[in-house]
Design a protein around this ligand. Structure first.
Ligand code: ZN
Length: 188
């Protein structure tokens, strides 16, 4: 799928997650006052968009790969040195376990080095980042080439729909995301 469709998926995921988080926060009045709706929406949705683009950092010419060459270049070198398709584009970075471990690792680093208001903002950003990554991987799993979604538990690529990148099928996905966004924003 193209980065624009992934970004739409990230925004939609971020908005839905923010909605659910705000509902939970309202039921927990002991939390700090700065956790207003706007700050939660902003941090979760920005995290969702960045997370929805992140897995393609495993490709140097992708939107994220071009912006983070210090990550995409070493991955490209490793991928060239290996014949294993798991180490190439749509390999390791497109697995649920990797995304889970990456987000957990970032959370551990964040809790160690950051506190106060910034910790809360980044915590919500990280929730969005994790969900955005998951959304990206699920979306790519709907394409013909699929992903190693459940690696290492299932060691072959999984494809649940035969959607081709840039095809009408992708436009349908983008349309569904756009419609959902309008419904969510309209209901705010
Ligand atoms: Zn991808």
């Amino acid at each position: 799928m193209q980065y624009k469709t992934h970004a739409l998926g990230g925004i939609t995921t971020g908005l839905i997650a923010s909605h659910m988080i705000i509902d939970t926060l309202q039921a927990t009045p002991s939390l700090p006052l700065f956790l207003t709706g706007a700050s939660v929406y902003a941090s979760v949705t920005v995290g969702g968009v960045i997370g929805s683009l992140f897995p393609d950092v495993d490709h140097p010419n992708s939107y994220m790969g071009r912006r983070l060459p210090f990550l995409s270049r070493p991955i490209q070198l490793a991928s060239k040195a290996s014949k294993d398709s798991f180490l190439k584009h749509r390999g390791l970075f497109h697995t649920l376990l990797f995304v889970f471990c990456l987000s957990l690792g970032l959370y551990a680093l964040m809790s160690y080095f950051i506190d106060g208001l910034m910790f809360h903002v980044l915590r919500f950003f990280l929730i969005g980042f994790f969900l955005g990554n998951v959304n990206h991987i699920l979306l790519d799993t709907c394409t013909k080439s699929g992903t190693y979604l459940f690696y290492p538990f299932v060691k072959k690529k999984i494809s649940i729909l035969p959607v081709v990148t840039g095809s009408f099928g992708e436009v349908v996905f983008a349309g569904v995301y756009l419609l959902s966004m309008i419904v969510i924003i309209g209901g705010m």
